[in-house]
Design a protein around this ligand. Sequence first.
Ligand code: ZN
Length: 396
Amino acid sequence: MIELLFLLLPIAAAYGWYMGFRSAKKSQEEISNKLSRDYVVGVNLLLSNQPEKAVDLFLNILQKQEQENNIETGSQFEAELTLGNLFRSRGEVDRALRIHQALDKNPNYSFEQKLLAKQQLAKDFMAVGFYDRVENINIMLVDEPEFAENALQQLSIVYQKTKEWKKAVNVAEKLAKISPQKNGIDLAHYYCELAINLKSEDKDNPLDILKSALKANPSCVRASMLLAEHYMLQLDYQGAISFLENVLDQDQAYVGEVLVTLKYAYHELNQLDNFELFLIRASQKQCNSMVDLALADLIEEKYGITAAQTQIYQKLHNNPSTLLFHRFIKYQIESLEDGKGKDSLILLYDMVGDRIKKEFSYRCTNCGYQTHHLIWCCPSCRQWETVKPVLGIEHS
Ligand SMILES: [Zn+2]
């Protein structure tokens, strides 16, 4: 609602001019009162959550201006541009397109005004999914310094939608030069997408692309995981381990995602003791039930169930998570002889297990979107790397 009010500010300005102009010709008191009333009614409609009625009212005011045909060019341009944006914001894109195209073609407007019209025209085309038109307009706007950043952002959205990752990389590299810290995350993921989607005829080396991702954003967990995957396929376990362990320093929240592969790599090298050392280091950094469970597995394999049970019992005090409680009940069941008490524990174990299955394992830190699967681009807010693992992790 507040956005709509801001959108209407230029209309209010044009309208104020209109009131002044009209009052010179007609009875000032009469016209001012009438239009002031209309405008106040419009603002009240907006504030009372009735944007449709408000927009209709403001459209009427603007139509009166056009019929009078004596409003100054600058104010009229601004008012019509805003009117087009209002149409787009309420889903009437065909009307927005007509207005913005007319502004773009009108010979009375300056080059700069036409660039503004083109910018809004591209947003209209974006709203209806005409990505080739959006691309063409923004490629032209990139050459205009004042429009370049916005045009690059729009192009970035287009190439994500069309999955043209090479173009997305080029655009993000240009954006990174304008605001380096902001765009490193996106750029790194475009490199990852490019590496994943390489075709057999492409000459690019996926390893070089993934290393470029790490260069763009050294904290890119996804690039490390993909590099590790590559080395695992080559049976280069030591190479894979260095990238998998790097995840702990990049973003410890993702450590649970690499534990299975890391254990396999250490197992193949007959170095499970080093895996245990890594788990101890990880558990010291953050309370993470996935790490505690992996450690319990190792202890159980080496020293038996009683030692693992003791370890989980101690961890439960620091990190009372559902995952650890579930494992604790399992150990209790296994240490009990058959009987009524054991049946009750099995029932409890199943109930807690069902609860865990229903819990979301990942949540977007930006918009709160929740999911059961790891995804790198939030489908709700379209941000990269904001969907983080949360199950069994204690967040400070
Ligand atoms: Zn989100």
